[in-house]
Design a protein around this ligand. Structure first.
Ligand code: ZN
Length: 125
């Protein structure tokens, strides 16, 4: 018998690296490094999850944000200031993409996330 590890490699940093976004990769890693922490401390409250769509409340350090990502329709909304005022693809959207990949974990779903990131590569942060 051996110990079971719940650790799994993050999907989105690798995808962005493959898209050639090496400059942002270290920053992205720092943000997504929080993913396991958010997950394990119950900071995601999933409101809706279906193929190509995820909606959740993300409890951050400065508030609770309502984040929706239509991965197929390629739109996203987040109630955080970073998104509301700068229309940025914020940390919460990235966290939800990672969460979607984590929960669904099917090759076709991973491919949807990859295409979404490809379409928005210029607007991250
Ligand atoms: Zn946000």
């Amino acid at each position: 018998m051996s110990y079971v590890l719940a650790r799994r490699e993050l999907r989105t940093p690798k995808m962005l690296e493959e898209l050639g976004l090496r400059v942002e990769a270290s920053r992205l890693r720092a943000i997504l490094g929080d993913f396991a922490f958010y997950l394990n401390s119950g900071r995601f409250k999933v409101l809706r999850l279906r193929r190509g769509y995820i909606e959740a409340i993300v409890r951050g350090f400065h508030g609770e944000w309502h984040t929706r990502v239509d991965i197929i329709g390629r739109t996203f909304v987040c109630s955080c200031p970073h998104h509301r005022f700068r229309k940025a693809l914020c940390k919460h959207v990235l966290l939800l993409l990672e969460l979607y990949a984590f929960l669904r974990n099917e090759p076709r779903d991973i491919e949807l996330v990859r295409r979404f990131l490809e379409a928005y590569a210029e607007r991250i942060f």
